[in-house]
Design a protein. Structure first.
Lengths: 253, 253, 253
């Protein structure tokens, strides 16, 4: 069995190590894989985008523990979602929504049975006290119905919409990757476009690979997040062009 | 067997990979878990706090390799500490002291037998040459007494003391976590307090979860390090309030 | 079997997790070890230096996947290099050259057989689509000759040369490690030197361990990359002395 972890816990503290210790204490033979712990703090959308770009490359029946959880300790639910291929364990805050769009959801459980939790004297670390132990018990074969009660609806997170008209498409930057590439919310573009801008900077072209780009002037490319990205060749578009989340990408058709 | 790694080696170089290569070369079947490699460079106190917040969540008999080691290559000892539940391998510089307060220490060995070291032509990387191979040999069942000689005393690191008087408690910030929460040295507070400050900024309240806080005005919460933390809701207290290690937290009772 | 990963993918996105998912999907029983994913973006030399400082500590027959690949999607080759002890999978851009200097190369394959690739609808992530699956198939015992055709020559990367004359040695800084130590291209120095400078700052001495250094004035030490490093005791030489890659180190004999 494989448990894959995606969190905004970072790489400084012992938070991630603690999750792994908890999991290994409950199921010593499970294999633990890190997707990333570098999600920007509290950024549910970024967590959703990263999960969506990676989960489908994991083996069938992988259990994903996704903890981007600004509402920890409040009354937001903890959920387990079983799809045809995978199991997801996460807070009910929308972080699973993009991944679940591509999955056949079979069952959703609101996790409520403290028998599968760690006892704790503080209320700030449900990754340790709820999500990790629940995932570990699932990896040992615990029946999902024992974890809590079935529910039908979970919180959904929507990407900001792309505005399309006859002769233009207007999108925006929704996150940056490690290289400073600017991921937009635009999934599809016609094969030929007239002109394009990021803010008021002209975009040179739609490139097929990063080498076709220019190191000073931005280009667009269909990237591995499934969206068009604004990039500079071997350079950070974010830093060099002073971009930020929400900036406008305009395509003239 | 499980070996858990905690270092200040960072995520840029091959230092951590090298440790793992050394361990796997000696014991291919051992399971290696990262606690964190993001301890601030040379910061023994931070390493001690992170170890103390995470080690107890690991399975019994886990071997911890803790390398925050500014004195590498000098005459500071390398030690192995066996407790009732765990084994710790580290430089003798105090990095284990907080964790060991909670453990029944059974044996301390000053590691001196070069038979269990890697031969090296430089003197800057005892993680690779001493701590990793020693831990790997221990995971293979090597008798601890073969590693060196028994000792009774190791270096102790003390947290800065909390000053308590009849009507106030004065503590300080001892580290920051990834979210910018400011960990203090205060472990206990009475259920009701009158007023509190971080430096000269008023602290709003003692919160039960982060959502109860305010995104501009600081609150206190009992955090997962076992201490009270100054935090802002979904914001970095460190950055927004310009805090640094050593800053004063004052509680009026 | 062991697959070791070294990339410039960073720790923010799901890139590394995706590689691992792909590998585990093809070979669930293979052990995956991270060397580092913090190589500076697009920095082939840094990747080569980090690989060279760590690969030899891994068990025989480890498969190394090294992806620092600014040319992804262009016509640069993907290669597999089998040496007496190891197998390396990487883009043909020089990133393997320093490691291969120390190895007996037995076979080089230009990877071209799409049967061992993932099908993808974009062209920006050969780590996912080519390097990871190829490594996973190799770990399952696939004959290297099935992957593509034998070649004899791969791209070589040269370190900037050290200039040696009768009474001086002039080198330069080639990278920084996590601690801010400045790695030079100087491998050997005579046992006694007259004077030394980093830029126009006098270097105090050649130290045997970091504790012998000074926290304000730079010293030299033979470091774990196999080169002399300029360092400050428990301090970042990079930040405190304002150093950058290419800065001159001059030794008077």
């Amino acid at each position: 069995m494989l448990i894959a972890l995606l969190t905004d816990f970072g790489y400084k503290d012992g938070f991630v190590g603690t999750l792994k210790g908890v999991i290994k204490s409950i199921n010593p033979s499970v294999d633990i894989i890190d997707i990333s712990h570098g999600v920007s703090s509290f950024n549910i959308l970024e967590g959703a985008l990263i999960l969506n770009s990676s989960y489908r490359y994991f083996p069938k029946y992988t259990i994903f523990v996704v903890v981007v959880d600004p509402g920890v300790g409040s009354d937001r639910k903890a959920i387990v979602v079983k799809t045809k291929n995978y199991i997801f364990v996460a807070p009910d805050n929308g972080v699973l929504s993009l991944a679940l769009e591509g999955e056949d959801v079979e069952k959703i459980i609101s996790v409520e049975n403290p028998k599968f939790f760690l006892k704790a004297d503080n209320n700030t670390f449900h990754g340790r006290d709820i999500f990790a132990p629940v995932a570990a018990y699932i990896s040992r074969g615990v029946d999902l119905d024992l974890l809590g009660k079935k529910i039908n609806k979970i919180k959904k997170l929507e990407l900001p919409p792309v505005k399309e008209s006859e002769n233009q498409i207007v999108g925006q930057i929704i996150m940056f990757d490690k290289f400073g590439n600017a991921i937009t919310n635009i999934k599809k573009l016609p094969t030929s476009i007239k002109r394009a801008w990021i803010n008021d900077i002209r975009i040179e072209k739609i490139a097929k690979n990063f080498q076709e780009g220019n190191s000073e002037k931005p280009s667009l490319i269909k990237g591995s997040f499934g969206f068009y990205e604004v990039f500079l060749k071997e350079n950070s578009a974010k830093d060099k062009l002073n971009l930020k989340v929400g900036d406008t990408v305009k395509i003239e058709l």
